[in-house]
Ligand binder design. Structure first.
Ligand code: SF4
Ligand code: SF4
Ligand code: SF4
Length: 493
């Protein structure tokens, strides 16, 4: 269900040219008759009022060869055969097997329009990795019970312990993962937080302190406490409703965190109480925690400091992740956040990504089943992250046993990340997303970025409601653990 604060506004790309799938070329034979401007319903051709000539085609909006079957195709309508359509060779360089070019383009369209793309030529729900969620499909039933979309709820509660702490219910089963100030720019961080407030959900500080610009969004922020303890202070623990202990990241378990000196600008250094230009490490592991009893002491420590807040425990996915989850329940945590091996931005080394932690789809079922076996599943919220790219991934993760998902890269892609993997090099991201360089971080404003994120969350919510309706369900909570609604494409009939 969409909160009343959510408003969808068309928010186009900040670049003159995206990386389009097709190239629409207008030759010199054009006589500027304006037919293509009038016929294309997607706005590829534009003519400014008072100008004779049409502007160069905005290729990325073109739906491609399928348009040839329509009665409005500009290629066929042009009286001078001045228009041609071809595949853009650059498109093949965009993305990778997990984040395909179609998936990136689909995410961009959702961030621009607020709705899932209507194009048949884009496979934006699944990637091409040959495993994981890309091999799973939702198994829709032929005649589901009739449910009106207005009756469907996507809300999930985060506190199931009945322990007198905050009863937090989020409006969509998704929230933003931790990305620290330093690893990403201030506009990126603030827009993530602002969007979380709009969607009545959460965003996480990551381990880099709590910039003052996040204070208006305190009720929707998670303060992360990780091994470097950068920016962890009494007031940053006390001002939020959720505190997260980060023990490890699925993209680089056992490696800790690393912020290169070039990204430690004056403001980052001030926030982290460090020296400008010095590389900063968050070691692995917490050297104060070697047992579940030590873990409980950690949780007791923050609970004492903030008597209302919920405690989340973020771990990667080792083979005993199920026992870690149950141990965390008995230590007093409200949320177990398991982070699988597919995630990570360009800051995680390739050698670690996908090669160390267990894939998230195995870890979710393992944790869900063991919490059930131990009789505590109903009292613990299970959130999954590490490669959740689409609304379909969210639905699949929930079918496997998660209550909801935490996303990172998808939010960056909404801000026009191209997955180039250069987040950690030099001054950081040339698109201003993962950079603290003052010139680069000014490349976009917070308002534009917030609206792109709000639009993306809306498009995903539209898809989730659609999925629930196709299953005849009234609540996203009915989907939890329904592995019978999934099929593996290698083993289906
Ligand atoms: S329809 Fe053809 S001739 Fe007319 S403006 Fe478009 S490209 Fe030019
Ligand atoms: S081919 Fe179709 S979608 Fe593409 S520019 Fe022409 S009319 Fe528009
Ligand atoms: S576009 Fe920026 S945020 Fe995205 S991968 Fe490249 S450097 Fe990182």
């Amino acid at each position: 269900m969409k909160p009343s604060t959510v408003q969808i506004k068309n928010t186009p790309s900040r670049f003159k040219h995206q990386v389009p799938k097709y190239k629409v070329t207008r030759s010199d034979a054009c006589i500027n008759c304006g037919t293509c401007v009038a016929t294309c319903p997607y706005g590829v051709h534009e003519r400014v009022e008072g100008h004779n000539r049409a502007k160069p085609p905005i290729d990325y909006k073109c739906i491609g060869f399928e348009c040839r079957n329509s009665d409005f195709c500009c290629i066929d309508k042009c009286p001078r055969q001045a228009l041609s359509l071809s595949l853009n060779p650059m498109y093949a360089t965009l993305g990778d097997y997990r984040w395909t070019a179609d998936m990136i383009t689909g995410t961009w369209i959702m961030a621009e329009t607020g709705y899932p793309p209507q194009r048949k030529d884009l496979e934006y729900n699944t990637g091409n990795s040959g495993g994981g969620f890309d091999k799973l499909r939702l198994k829709f039933v032929a005649h589901p019970p009739r449910v009106d979309k207005s009756e469907i709820s996507t809300e999930i509660p985060l506190n199931r312990r009945n322990d007198g702490r905050a009863d937090i219910v989020i409006s969509t089963p998704v929230y933003g993962g931790g990305m620290s100030f330093g690893s990403v720019s201030l506009p990126t961080m603030v827009s993530k937080a602002h969007n979380a407030a709009i969607w009545n959900t959460f965003s996480c500080t990551g381990e880099g302190g709590y910039p003052e610009m996040l204070i208006p969004y305190d009720d929707h922020m998670i303060t992360q406490v990780a091994t470097g303890l950068f920016g962890v202070r009494e007031e940053t623990v006390q001002r939020v409703k959720i505190i997260e202990f980060k023990y490890a990241q699925g993209a680089k378990p056992g490696l800790g965190g690393h912020l290169l000196g070039e990204k430690v600008t004056e403001s980052v250094a001030r926030m982290r109480e460090a020296v400008k230009g010095t590389s900063l490490f968050s070691p692995f592991p917490f050297h104060s925690v070697y047992s579940i009893e030590d873990h409980k002491k950690h949780i007791d420590w923050v609970k004492e400091m903030n008597p209302k807040a919920l405690v989340s425990v973020k771990v990667s996915t080792p083979s005993d992740v199920d026992m870690v989850a149950v141990g965390s329940y008995y230590a007093g945590a409200h949320i177990i956040h398991i982070d699988g091996g597919y995630g990570g931005t360009g800051a995680a080394p390739d050698i670690a990504k996908k090669h160390i932690a267990m894939p998230i789809e195995y870890a979710i079922t393992k944790v869900h089943s063991f919490l059930k076996e131990e009789g505590v599943r109903e009292h613990m919220t299970l959130m999954a992250s590490g490669g959740i790219r689409t609304a379909h991934d969210v639905a699949k993760a929930i079918c496997l046993g998660a209550d909801g998902c935490i996303i990172g890269t998808a939010e960056l892609v909404a801000l026009e990340c191209v997955r180039c993997g250069n987040c950690e090099s030099g001054r950081g991201c040339a698109r201003g997303i993962a950079s603290t360089d003052s010139e680069l971080s000014d490349l976009f404003g917070e308002e534009w970025a917030t609206q792109r994120l709000t639009n993306l969350y809306h498009a995903w919510n539209v898809q989730l409601v659609d999925i629930l309706q196709r299953f005849g369900m009234r609540s996203i909570r009915e989907l939890v653990g329904r592995t019978d609604l999934l099929e593996h494409i290698d083993y289906s009939n």
